[in-house]
Design a protein around this ligand. Structure first.
Ligand SMILES: Cc1cc2nc3c(=O)[nH]c(=O)nc-3n(C[C@H](O)[C@H](O)[C@H](O)COP(=O)(O)OP(=O)(O)OC[C@H]3O[C@@H](n4cnc5c(N)ncnc54)[C@H](O)[C@@H]3O)c2cc1C
Length: 511
């Protein structure tokens, strides 16, 4: 067990994280529990609550505090459609697969609504219409495909002439009955219900590895008959490092001069895309403008924010920017999430990952699927989302692309072009991987001028980290592990901090 008290996953905080739920950190249960759930985001808390309500004894181990991960940095749209279109799902998994995927998305949506209703969770839940518009011929064709395939799987969608957007468009779709909420108020509600049902949450408890003996899984002093990795990406080296690509996504919450805010969820079809929606935070109406996603550690986060701001100012009369933040999600190579028995792990170790930008619904349904599997029940989604599934041919080219990119970083980062910058030129508040006496150092100069020197070698798979100037973090371009300026882990799959470099050049290996 390890203690890390960092209130957020970077220098920037979402409005939701201002209201992080605080768990009464529970006591380590002395007995063998039915299930250890690792991670207290929407997946972990949903699974834990359902198991606890089904009469199972469970415990949650969370590396930080509930909502620290992407659930605290989401934009919290609840939809009946997904980033992987039903057409893409059908081409990779057949008509039946696409239908099941649509069912899973809708069941995840319904589960959120049921929880809000059953546990009287006050989480700013509001029904909204979602609009997706096309600005050119290619996008018009994409819309037609999205429309046809949604109709095919029975998801209601309509063409519309009216969209509450200042952006000129050619065609648009309307999805009625979409929704939005405050993700951490929702999480807080789940957490309350879980604790009242007898569940235990251990905060600041990072699970670094599991020992399994006679069918009992042991970690951080906890003993359990089953274990769920609800960590968004399972820790350490595993198959998902090659099957899911980590992406960062950006959000601004801005005040408008007009005081008139769109009463809808509005998305464009660009690559990378943009979206807007409205939320009242602390009694103040704000426009959330998001998008500009890119692979973690690959592009400049400062530019991503600057471009997003340019976009916001081009179309809206922005009076001020109240919040800006970014967070991480994982794109699965064949389009569907991985939910079920963890590949190459002991029996009854489960995982859920690869939700793309749809983890509200998919995290919820994953909680349901995994709680059913732990309880010995079957799930109609088990085969479709099986983490050990053989990738369909359609996904293979993507797999090669993502994998080639990772392989490139393994090699290129190590050969590295000679770094010309010296430590001396490092400005306060900035970081850079520099070369000193032939050795690469991840160096950050704080506002007092002090250098924080770390080994830039990611402790997960030994790629070289990149500086993220917006979040003041070190981000790994290979599998998305992230560290703060002192090398402490912010985001897995790493389970050890970056090694500190002492003034004599020796390294203290990460904990
Ligand atoms: C900017 C952005 C906007 C998004 N918008 C939407 C949206 O509008 N709608 C939608 O449906 N989805 C959206 N998503 C995706 C969605 O937010 C995520 O898929 C979802 O929140 C993932 O939830 P989770 O519980 O699986 O993971 P997380 O919320 O990341 O929770 C995992 C938890 O595990 C803990 N943990 C990690 N490793 C360990 C360990 N070794 N030991 C103990 N604990 C550990 C972490 O601290 C964390 O609290 C968005 C994502 C981003 C980045």
């Amino acid at each position: 067990m390890k203690t890390n008290i960092i209130p957020r996953d970077g220098a920037l905080t979402s409005p939701w994280q201002k209201e992080i739920p605080t768990a009464t950190s529970g006591q380590l249960p002395p007995e063998i529990v039915d299930c250890l759930i690792v991670g207290a985001g929407i997946t972990g808390l949903t699974a834990a609550l359902l198991l606890q309500l089904a009469g199972k004894k469970t415990v949650i181990a969370e590396a930080h505090t509930p909502g620290f991960g992407t659930t605290g940095g989401t934009s919290a749209h609840i939809n009946t459609f997904a980033d992987t279109t039903y057409k893409e799902a059908a081409s990779a998994f057949g008509e039946k697969g696409a239908q099941l995927f649509a069912d899973a998305i809708q069941e995840g949506f319904a589960l959120i609504k049921d929880h809000i209703c059953n546990f009287k969770i006050d989480c700013d839940y509001v029904d909204k219409t979602g609009y997706l518009y096309a600005e050119n011929e290619d996008e018009v064709q994409q819309l037609a495909d999205i429309y046809d395939s949604a109709v095919q799987v029975g998801v209601p969608v309509h063409y519309t002439e009216e969209v509450p957007t200042p952006v000129p468009f050619e065609k648009a779709l309307a999805w009625y009955g979409q929704a939005q909420f405050h993700p951490l108020k929702y999480l807080q509600g789940l957490q309350k219900a879980y604790v009242s049902a007898g569940g235990t949450i251990l905060e600041n408890t990072r699970i670094e590895g599991i020992d399994t003996k006679d069918g009992i899984h042991m970690a951080a002093g906890i003993r359990a008959k089953a274990l769920i990795y609800a960590t968004h990406m399972p820790p350490n080296i595993n198959v998902f490092n090659f099957e899911c690509a980590p992406y960062r996504s950006y959000v601004l919450a801005v005040k408008l001069k007009s005081g008139t805010y769109p009463d809808a969820l509005v998305y464009d079809a660009q690559e990378p895309y943009h979206y807007v929606r409205t939320h009242v935070v602390d009694g103040q109406e704000l426009l959330l403008v998001g998008g500009n996603d890119h692979k973690t550690g690959h592009e400049d986060p400062e530019k991503a924010f600057a471009d997003l701001e340019k976009y916001a100012r081009k179309y809206y009369h922005v009076s001020s920017i109240k919040y800006k933040w970014s967070s991480q999600y994982y794109v699965p190579v064949d389009g569907l999430p991985y939910i079920g028995q963890m590949p190459l792990a002991a029996d009854r170790i489960y995982c859920a990952t690869g939700y793309n930008g749809n983890g509200m619904m998919l995290g919820s349904i994953a909680g349901k699927i995994l709680s059913d599997l732990v309880a010995g029940k079957d799930s109609k989604y088990k085969k479709l989302f099986d983490p050990s599934r053989i990738k369909p041919v359609d996904g293979f080219s993507e797999f090669v692309k993502e994998n080639a990119d990772v392989a490139y970083h393994f090699v290129a980062d190590r050969l590295g072009v000679q770094e010309t910058d010296s430590l001396k030129r490092l400005q306060p508040g900035t970081g850079k991987v520099v070369e000193v006496d032939g050795k690469k150092i991840a160096a950050y100069r704080d506002d007092a001028g002090i250098i924080h020197a770390l080994s830039p070698v990611c402790t997960h798979a030994a790629c070289i980290v990149n500086w993220n100037g917006e979040e003041k973090s070190w981000d790994c371009p290979c599998h998305g592990a992230r560290y703060d300026i002192d090398g402490r882990i912010l985001t897995g799959p790493a389970t050890r901090d970056l090694a500190k470099i002492n003034s004599d050049g020796s390294e203290n290996s990460g904990l």
